[in-house]
Design a protein around this ligand. Structure first.
Ligand SMILES: *Cc1c(COP(=O)(O)O)cnc(C)c1O
Length: 354
């Protein structure tokens, strides 16, 4: 650290993304990405000569065509949609806009690591509410908490979801505090809470194109909420970085959201592969949580998860291991293509000696 770093940031421990090593070709099952191409409209949008010709000008800072497209497809108006450079940026703007330094925020003890990192960045007073023993969300604890709450639904790395009724109960318990629901994985078999925003004005639902739209490299996220909350978010955005999405990025996003059928077909294929692989692992003695995401969380009675991860890596297969309390004998494995998962299963069988 240099002597110029603002003292309030001296204790930060920045998020460590899933590794992207280049020393050899890996089967990458460690960052919940896909190796499948986005919908054909994306390539067409990027090849549009008008897009290239217009690059000398700033893109629309209101992101209106993108917001209108998202709104139309998901049953909102553009005034109820806020767009960010990935859902990470949307989450960042949410906490910047609606939380004071020192204010209380809660998230599960086992969840997406970024919630803790943002809380540290913004100097929030964060509380980690333990998941129940079976790794499900403790809905009562979230309902009772007096302060902002944020959780991924379905949760990562567990892959488990709660119902919109339970989210509604959390919102209704304390209408004066904000409830942020991160639906990064909602397209893989759980129910969205989007519609609840009309009746619960303290609810914000966050989405991303990084997973189900096969667009992690474009990094596009959005949230839906009542229009006055979106106005607040935009006011903060215009006070920080008005041009947060580039013109090519927005063109890609519009093309992708227009072709929801492609996204749904890709997601359905992943769900099918996920359930097949989970069954194969269970036959080998693994315990696999019943995932509604594009990854699964698994453990084995005799094969330590850390060794499983290391030996898969030596065989060219990357997975995500967390050396953290409660989950240090579990491995999170992204569901790739059937071919990628065949390599994963072959190597897992070899490691087990099965
Ligand atoms: C991947 C992920 C994100 C980040 O999405 P981006 O849009 O790529 O920033 C957010 N939340 C959860 C729970 C995720 O797993």
């Amino acid at each position: 650290m240099s002597e110029f770093l603002a003292p309030r940031f001296a204790g930060l421990s920045p998020y460590v993304p899933g590794e992207q090593p280049k020393d050899r070709t890996y089967v990458k099952l460690n960052a919940n990405e896909t190796s499948v191409a986005p919908c054909p409209g994306v390539a067409r949008a990027l090849a549009d000569p008008a897009l290239v010709a217009g690059l000398g000008k700033y893109a629309d800072p209101h992101c209106l065509p993108l917001r209108e497209t998202i709104a139309r497809v998901s049953g909102f108006t553009a005034a109820e949609v806020f767009c960010g450079n990935g859902s990470d940026e949307v989450l960042g703007f949410l906490l910047l806009t609606f939380c004071e330094p020192g204010s209380k925020i809660a998230f599960p003890d086992v969840t997406y690591g970024f919630y803790r990192d943002y809380s540290a960045t913004y100097g929030l007073d964060w509380h980690e509410l333990p998941l129940r023993d079976d790794f499900t969300l403790d809905v009562d604890a979230f309902a009772a908490f007096e302060g902002t709450v944020v959780f991924a639904n379905p949760n990562a790395p567990t892959g488990l979801a709660v119902s919109p009724d339970e989210v509604a109960r959390i919102c209704a318990a304390h209408p004066e505090r904000l409830v942020i629901v991160d639906e990064a994985y909602v397209d893989y078999g759980s129910q969205s809470c989007d519609a609840l925003t009309s009746t619960h004005r303290n609810l914000v639902v966050v989405h991303t194109m990084s997973k189900s739209y096969n667009l992690a490299g474009a990094h596009i996220g959005w949230c839906v909420a009542q229009a006055d909350l979106v106005k607040d978010l935009n006011d903060l955005k215009f006070s920080f970085n008005p041009f947060n999405l580039s013109a090519p990025t927005m063109a890609v996003g519009i093309a992708a959201i227009e072709d929801r059928a492609y996204m749904q077909a890709c997601a359905a294929r992943i769900c099918e592969t996920r359930d097949e692989v989970a069954d194969e692992l269970r036959e080998l003695g693994f315990k696999v949580l019943p995932s509604v995401t594009n990854f699964f969380f698994a453990t084995h009675p005799t094969l330590a998860a850390a060794d499983w991860c290391t030996r898969l890596r030596e065989a060219g297969v990357l997975t995500r291991y967390y050396k953290a309390p409660r989950i240090d004998n579990w491995l999170r494995v992204t569901v790739g293509t059937p071919e990628e998962m065949a390599v994963f299963m072959r190597e897992t069988r070899r490691i087990l000696g099965a």
